[in-house]
Design a protein. Structure first.
Length: 450
C-alpha cells in the first residue's frame, strides 16, 4: 500500500459500513488536495501577511480534519471539510469588502460552488448531517454583511474591482463546482456499482437459498418417506410377530382360526375375512373347507366347501398367485350387514403357500384398497399359516397313524393271546393223547403177556 493510499484510508475502519468508508476516503482525498493547494497558495500570496496566515490556518485545519477521522470522529471530520472552504471564502470576503460596498459576485460564486460538497461527503442516509452542513454553508455565505465592519482592513484587492481577479475566481468556482459534481457522480456510480454487486450477490444468495431450500425439502421428503417405510416395516414385523405368537401358543390350531381371523380383520382395517383350509380325503379327493369367517365385527358360523378350481378361490388355489380385485362381482359377497351397510368393493385372495405347496386360501374384503405393504404382510402371514396348517396336517396324520398302529397292536396282542390259548389247549390235548396212547400200549402189552 502506497503512502497516498495509507493517508486516504485514515479512519476508514473495517467495522464501518462500506458506504461510510467510501465517504471517509473521499473526504481524506479532498483534504489532501486542499492541503496541497494551500501550500502552493502560500508561495503565491506570500506578500499578503493576513491572507498568508489564513492559508496556513486552513492547511492546518484540513490536517486536523484528517486527525478527527483517525480518532474515529469521521462525522465531524467530513462536516468540517464540507464547510471549511466556505468559511475561508466568507472570512476573505469580510476582510476585503469595504462597509457599504456591493458583495463580490466571484467570491459568492466560489462559496456557492462548494455547497455540493455536503452531498458528496455524506451518504444519502445521513440526511441530518447533510441538512446541517447546508444550513451552516448558507449562514457562512451571508455572514460577510455582519462580519465585514469588524474584519475589513482596507485591502484594494476587491476595492479596485479587478476584472482579472474576478475571472480567475469565477473559473476557480466553476472548477470547484464541476469537481464537486464529478465527485458526486463518481460517488453515485460507485454506489450504483455497489448496489448492483449487492443485488447480484443477493440474487446469487437467493438462488443458493432456493437450491438449499429445495435440497432441504427433498431431504425432508426423503426422511418422511423413510419414516413411512420404517413405520410400514414395523407394522409388518409387529403383525407377523403377533399372529405367529397366536399360532405358537394355541395347541389346537382349529380353535385358533376364529381368533386369528377376527384379529386379522381389525389389524388390517378390513370388513370381513375368511379362511379356507385344504382337506384331503382317503380316496385322494381334495377340497377347500371354510375354517373360520369374521364379518361386521362378528364371528360367522358358515359351512362352505369349494372344489379345487371352482370359482375365484378354487382358481387361485390352482394358480398359487395372489388375486386382487377392485370391483367385486355382484352377488359374490353373501354376508351382509343387518344395519343396511353397503358391501365391501375391494377383495384380496391370498394363497397360503409354503414350499410351493398351497395349503389353503385367505380371503379379505374391505371398503378401501389394501396398500402394497399390507398385501405383502398378508402374503408373509399366509406362508406362516401354510406352515402351521401343513405341520398340523402332518401331526394329525401322524396321530392317526399312531392310533391305527395302536389298534393294530392291540388286535395283534389279542390274536396272539388267542393263539397262545389255542396252543395251550392243543398242548393239553396232545399230552392227553400221549397219556392215552401210553395206556393203550401198556394194555396191549399186558394182553400179549397173558
Amino acid at each position: 500500500m502506497s503512502l497516498i493510499q495509507k493517508l486516504t484510508s485514515i479512519g476508514a475502519y473495517s467495522e464501518l459500513d462500506e458506504e461510510v468508508r467510501s465517504k471517509i476516503v473521499l473526504a481524506n482525498k479532498i483534504n489532501l488536495f486542499l492541503i496541497t493547494g494551500c501550500l502552493f497558495l502560500v508561495l503565491i500570496i506570500y506578500p499578503h501577511k493576513e491572507i498568508l496566515a489564513l492559508t496556513i490556518i486552513a492547511a492546518s485545519s484540513y490536517m486536523l480534519f484528517m486527525l478527527f477521522s483517525y480518532l474515529k470522529l469521521n462525522g465531524l471530520s467530513r462536516f468540517m471539510t464540507a464547510v471549511a472552504g466556505i468559511f475561508v471564502n466568507s472570512y476573505t470576503h469580510a476582510v476585503m469588502l469595504p462597509p457599504g460596498h456591493s458583495p463580490s459576485p466571484s467570491l459568492i460564486a466560489m462559496s456557492m460552488a462548494q455547497i455540493p460538497l455536503a452531498f458528496v461527503l455524506f451518504h444519502y442516509k445521513e440526511r441530518k448531517k447533510i441538512i446541517a452542513a447546508i444550513l451552516v454553508d448558507i449562514l457562512l455565505i451571508g455572514s460577510y454583511k455582519f462580519a465585514g465592519p469588524w474584519l475589513y482592513h482596507g485591502y484594494e484587492y476587491v476595492q479596485n474591482d479587478n476584472p482579472t481577479n474576478h475571472y480567475y475566481i469565477v473559473m476557480m468556482s466553476a472548477c470547484i463546482a464541476v469537481g464537486a459534481l464529478y465527485l458526486q457522480l463518481v460517488s453515485i456510480i460507485k454506489a450504483t456499482q455497489t448496489s448492483q454487486k449487492a443485488l447480484a450477490s443477493l440474487e446469487e444468495h437467493k438462488v443458493e437459498m432456493e437450491h438449499t431450500q429445495q435440497q432441504l425439502q427433498k431431504t425432508l421428503e426423503e426422511v418422511q418417506e423413510a419414516r413411512k417405510e420404517d413405520d410400514k416395516r414395523n407394522w409388518v414385523s409387529t403383525g407377523l410377530a403377533r399372529f405367529t405368537e397366536m399360532l405358537r401358543t394355541h395347541n389346537e390350531l382349529e380353535q385358533t382360526y376364529d381368533d386369528l381371523i377376527s384379529e386379522l380383520v381389525r389389524y388390517v382395517s378390513a370388513n370381513q375375512a375368511a379362511l379356507f383350509v385344504l382337506n384331503k380325503e382317503e380316496d385322494e379327493r381334495s377340497y377347500l373347507s371354510m375354517a373360520a369367517c369374521y364379518a361386521y365385527d362378528r364371528k360367522k358360523h358358515i359351512e362352505k366347501h369349494i372344489e379345487i378350481g371352482q370359482g375365484m378361490i378354487g382358481q387361485t388355489f390352482l394358480e398359487g398367485e395372489t388375486l386382487k380385485l377392485t370391483e367385486i362381482p355382484q352377488g359374490y359377497i353373501q354376508i351382509t350387514s343387518g344395519l343396511g351397510e353397503a358391501p365391501p368393493d375391494h377383495l384380496l385372495i391370498v394363497p397360503l403357500k409354503v414350499n410351493d405347496e398351497v395349503e389353503g386360501i385367505l380371503e379379505v374384503a374391505s371398503f378401501q384398497s389394501l396398500e402394497p405393504y399390507q398385501v405383502a404382510f398378508l402374503e408373509k402371514l399366509g406362508e406362516t399359516l401354510a406352515s402351521a396348517i401343513a405341520n398340523n396336517r402332518i401331526t394329525a396324520t401322524t396321530r392317526s397313524l399312531l392310533e391305527k398302529f395302536k389298534l393294530q397292536s392291540e388286535e395283534l396282542q389279542n390274536h396272539e393271546e388267542e393263539m397262545r390259548q389255542n396252543m395251550e389247549e392243543l398242548q393239553a390235548t396232545q399230552e392227553e393223547m400221549q397219556r392215552k396212547e401210553r395206556e393203550y400200549i401198556e394194555r396191549i402189552q399186558q394182553l400179549e403177556q397173558q
